[in-house]
Write a new protein. Structure first.
Length: 760
């Protein structure tokens, strides 16, 4: 929210007060509290009739420092609050030296000189990361009597800001106004389904505003040298998270707010849906599944979208008997074909649903202050909202889902969760404004916990649209309702990269776009992009997304890239394990992988898939693609062609290739089985070696399919014109250098060492 009118004036009706100096400090070994008047105090008389801000400073973890600024501390805190599972009490150390007081948490320190005007300095490695200056801490009231707390952190010259959730606006946030407020706005507006009050910069730190309600950001947009964040409250709490690299920032942030669960490996395969409002029944499903098999396109998951239930009755979790007369038998038949099953749900209960009367009678639906059930006609006529703050309502809702699991459903698409009213009363007394954003967390948590309990650890999986901070614990998330053209494809990618920089490890999107019908060209290019994403789903709204609807070449492209993804499964599973263990996403913005390369700082039309693969989707009708190549010699995995950076490259690709480049000195593990996403990956694995420099060494781990560890380990080192390989694998394996057409060096089972020629 903007409070000022330019540099000198305030907006009409706004009064602001700023921390001016430190009047007193209370500190123990681990914490310090600063008392800051809003004017310079010259004597005892100046202590009267004026606010005094309380600024508490502490550390919940190494490399993280928290600051809480409070005006009036007596306000009622009704919750909810973000859970901080990685927080520890008293992780910091306080030091005093004359007028200087300092709180340290590892390399990160907060320094305050009490003899000077108000200033907080966050330092690491001997340099100032950011600071809070003379207008950086305070509160404001407006003409309506609302009270806001705000904070400002300085931006340095050339400092760029990223994150704040899945946002489809320009990738770099500088100059933007961002409201952390859940909305169902599609992918082509400033609204977002996944709002996360966390940003990071290219100067070695991130900032998490610990407030689940509306947080308004002015990112160099009100005061151009500051990131300002404000909340309508009496208190504002934020954490500065040190890196220094972007990966380390994400590791520390997700350690604090929760790491992503590891999705099951079967989810890496291709998903196909009924689409949304198309006509479909069991015969349609069978035709789709048969059609994919007849065309040699392996399918891993079949998804039933909204109309598996009867119209006007969402969500009652009852199959429409007219279109699906034998749901249990149908699911069993799909399972016999090796398919997993996903079903669409949402947290809204339409008035026509039998569950509405039951939920109203038992008190499971959110109510207005007068005791009536909250309802409206947007989306479902007369729909109400399940109150997940009530444990009994949560159990009631998940009990309905358990019936579906017993029928054979494997996972759920948890749609919606954004349109949450604020004129209501929650069972646990939560603040309605704070619950607007937080509701999605309770919704997805409830469904994920059920799946984990019923299917076991490592088998739980959602396909979720809405989220906020901490929601990364319940993967997978997808990008929401996009159009079916190249601009929408690009904006979807921007959103996914932004979400990855906000702590989310796994992300997907609707291949071909959701609204409208893609051209065959758009469909084929989106298929390439989609099958080189962490998770891959063909889905639309009013038209099907079966490949043959877009021509024979679309079938070929879908088949080729599905088989490619299956071969990449051990590599992708390893990247998934990294996301689970560290919070570093599978799909990575270039700045995340190349933070010291200024040219990578603003790139948003390409990404790194795991550690070693660069993907540059094609967004043009004629196949032209411009992309940035970082330093070194990169090898196209599909063609064997090499391109050397750092530089921008411009190429033209047919529908069977795109820039899919392996990093210099990389070794990509490829499964022998290209028909299934889950196979005995170590058995017959191919190690593809790319531009291995003399003296280079690399260890490659072949992960287990259940995510518990590894099944084989290979160590490669080049010395001159020889490549030496050692392994503990009991299985046969092979190795190729560079091109997919290069000679395969095959080794039988039990080969623990190999000495191979490396071409000059």
């Amino acid at each position: 929210m903007k409070f000022t009118d330019g540099y000198w004036l305030m907006r009409p009706g706004v009064t602001a007060r700023y921390a001016t100096e430190v009047a007193d400090v209370r500190a123990d070994e681990h914490r310090m509290t600063l008392y800051a008047p809003v004017k310079h105090v010259l004597g005892r008389g100046g202590m009267l009739n004026s606010p005094l801000l309380t600024i508490e400073c502490w550390s919940p973890a190494e490399g993280v420092i928290g600051v809480r600024a409070t005006h009036h501390a007596g306000s009622v805190h009704r919750g909810p609050e973000f859970a901080l599972p990685g927080g520890q009490p008293d992780a910091g150390k306080v030091h005093r030296d004359g007028t200087v007081v300092e709180l340290s948490a590892g390399e990160l320190s907060l320094r305050v000189d009490t003899s000077e005007p108000w200033r907080l300095e966050f330092t690491a490695g001997g340099r100032v990361l950011t600071s809070v200056g003379e207008r950086g801490t305070g509160f404001a009231t407006d003409a309506e009597g609302r009270h806001f707390m705000f904070g400002q952190l300085a931006l340095g010259v050339g400092e760029l800001v990223y994150g704040l959730g899945e946002r489809f606006t320009p990738f770099v946030r500088n100059g933007q106004v961002v409201d952390i407020w859940q909305a169902d706005g599609g992918t082509s507006s400033e609204q977002a389904y996944k709002n996360v009050p966390f940003h990071l910069t290219n100067r070695g730190y991130g900032v998490f505003v610990n407030h689940p309600g509306k947080v308004s950001y002015e990112v160099g947009s009100e005061s151009v040298g500051q990131v300002q964040f404000s909340v309508e409250d009496q208190s504002l709490e934020f954490f500065v998270v040190h890196g220094p690299t972007p990966k380390e920032i994400l590791q520390r942030y997700t350690a604090l707010t929760g790491r992503p669960a590891l999705p099951p490996a079967w989810a890496l395969g291709l998903w196909l849906t009924t689409s949304f409002t198309t006509d479909y029944d069991e015969a349609t499903v069978t035709r789709f599944v048969d059609g994919m098999a007849e065309r040699g396109i392996p399918l891993s998951v079949f998804h039933f979208d909204c109309f598996w239930m009867r119209g006007y009755q969402w969500s009652d979790f009852v199959w429409d008997s007219d279109t699906f007369p034998d749901p249990a038998g149908m699911l069993a038949r799909l399972k016999e074909r090796g398919l997993r099953v996903s079903a669409w749900i949402n947290p809204y209960i339409a008035q026509k649903s039998a569950l509405f009367e039951e939920g109203m009678r038992e008190g499971y639906l959110v109510r207005r202050p007068d005791g009536s059930v909250w309802q409206w006609d947007l989306w479902q006529p007369g729909m109400a909202l399940v109150d997940f703050t009530d444990p009994a309502a949560r159990d009631w809702y998940t009990g309905k889902l358990k019936t579906l699991l017993d029928q054979g459903v494997d996972c759920f698409k948890t749609d919606f969760g954004e349109r949450i009213p604020t004129d209501v009363v929650w069972h646990d007394g939560s603040d309605p404004e704070r619950m607007h954003n937080y509701y999605t967390h309770l919704y997805n948590q409830a469904v994920f916990d059920l799946l984990r309990a019923e299917r076991g650890e490592g088998e739980a999986l959602l396909f979720a649209r809405s989220a906020t901070a901490g929601g990364q614990q319940y993967p997978v998330h997808w990008g929401g309702d996009c159009e079916s053209h190249f601009n929408a494809m690009a904006e979807s990618l921007r959103g996914g990269l932004s979400l990855g920089l906000s702590g989310f490890g796994f992300w997907s999107h609707d291949i071909g776009g959701f609204e409208g019908t893609p051209t065959p060209t758009v469909f084929k290019r989106w298929v390439q992009f989609g099958l080189l994403s962490s998770h891959s789903r063909l889905h639309g709204s009013k038209s099907y997304r079966v490949p043959w609807d877009y021509g024979e070449e679309a079938v070929e492209v879908t088949r080729e890239f599905t088989l490619l993804k299956h071969r990449l499964a051990p590599y992708l599973q390893r990247a998934a394990q990294q996301a689970h263990a560290t919070g570093v996403p599978v799909m990575r913005a270039m700045v995340l992988e190349f933070p010291d390369d200024p040219a990578a700082a603003t790139v948003d039309r390409q990404y790194m898939l795991g550690d070693d693969l660069l993907v540059a989707p094609v967004f043009t009708d004629d196949g032209t693609v411009e992309y940035y190549v970082p330093d070194g010699t990169w090898t196209n995995v599909l063609t064997g062609a090499q391109v050397t950076g750092p530089r921008w490259a411009r190429e033209q690709h047919g529908f069977h290739t795109l820039p899919l480049l392996a990093r210099p000195d990389s070794v990509i593990a490829l499964a022998a089985d290209d028909r299934h996403p889950v196979s005995a990956w170590a058995d017959g694995v191919e190690l593809r070696v790319h531009a291995f420099a003399d003296g280079a060494e690399r260890t490659v781990l072949i992960p287990s399919t259940d995510g518990t560890g590894e099944t084989a380990r290979f160590h490669l080192r080049r010395r001159g014109d020889r490549l030496y390989v050692t392994t503990d694998s009991p299985h046969p394996w092979q190795l190729r250098i560079g091109s997919p057409d290069a000679t395969a060096h095959t080794r039988p089972a039990g080969t623990s060492e190999a000495d191979l020629p490396y071409p000059g």
